[in-house]
Design a protein around this ligand. Structure first.
Ligand SMILES: CC(C)(COP(=O)(O)OP(=O)(O)OC[C@H]1O[C@@H](n2cnc3c(N)ncnc32)[C@H](O)[C@@H]1OP(=O)(O)O)[C@@H](O)C(=O)NCCC(=O)NCCS
Length: 196
């Protein structure tokens, strides 16, 4: 059996994240987004500059998964303090953030945002996605030090991953069309799970 490990990322890990993303993101979205939006979103999320800011400033906590030492997937998590910052910055710009949904504004528990859950296409379907998700739950549980919290995520309504998340216990708490630059949209569900 292969040895699966997970490691919190630093700036030096950016090339590995970009390498996986360059395969996993187009594979997941080629039937959902057009090429222009795909390129825009790849740069917005995985451009060198974007990742340097996200990881360098601590806006997102990335974790890489290794299968027998080979990088094969990643998750990223935003903590409640950063999420609140996002609420102010992004909502003021009136574009895409789940932070401007009433159900989120009304939530009294700390909210962790699971930004990304991605595996290399050839690694899908062998249980590694479940391990990535469980790691996200463990990280949130550890970060929140036992305080009841919520982990949320945005997922495209046409992405089969919606059913994966439901299967793992997440519930749909809303749907929203988030507006990006150039008129691009993300037609998402927002899903949530309680973390104890
Ligand atoms: C979503 C993703 C992480 C799932 O990982 P995976 O390794 O394929 O899933 P696993 O093999 O760990 O599956 C765990 C369980 O979920 C079930 N499952 C997996 N995908 C499912 C789906 N689309 N619908 C319903 N159930 C699903 C499996 O059958 C398995 O059940 P079991 O343990 O009872 O056998 C992976 O498919 C992926 O990287 N997709 C592309 C990236 C993406 O779209 N990410 C989400 C962006 S928000």
């Amino acid at each position: 059996m292969n040895k699966i490990t997970l490691k919190k990322c630093q700036i030096k890990d950016i090339p590995e994240i970009r390498k996986i993303a360059s395969k996993a993101f187009p594979e997941a979205f080629s039937s959902i987004l057009n090429n222009e939006q795909m390129d825009y979103m790849m740069d917005m999320m995985y451009g060198e500059k974007a990742l340097t800011i996200d990881i360098g400033k601590g806006d997102q906590n990335y974790f890489l998964m290794y299968d027998d030492g080979e990088p094969c997937g990643y998750i990223s998590i935003t903590t409640p303090d950063r999420f609140v910052k996002e609420r102010i910055e992004i909502c003021n710009k009136k574009n895409g953030s789940p932070a401007n949904m009433q159900v989120i504004k009304d939530c009294k528990k700390p909210i962790y945002l699971l930004h990304k859950v991605y595996l290399l296409p050839e690694k899908k379907g062998c249980g590694l996605g479940r391990l990535l998700f469980q790691h996200a739950e463990d990280v949130v549980s550890e970060m929140s030090k036992g305080k009841p919290s919520i982990m949320i995520l945005q997922v495209n309504r046409k992405n089969p991953a919606v059913d994966f998340y439901k299967y793992l216990g997440m519930r749909i708490i809303g749907q929203q069309d988030f507006i990006l630059d150039h008129g691009f949209e993300m037609n998402d569900f927002v899903m949530a799970i309680d973390i104890k």
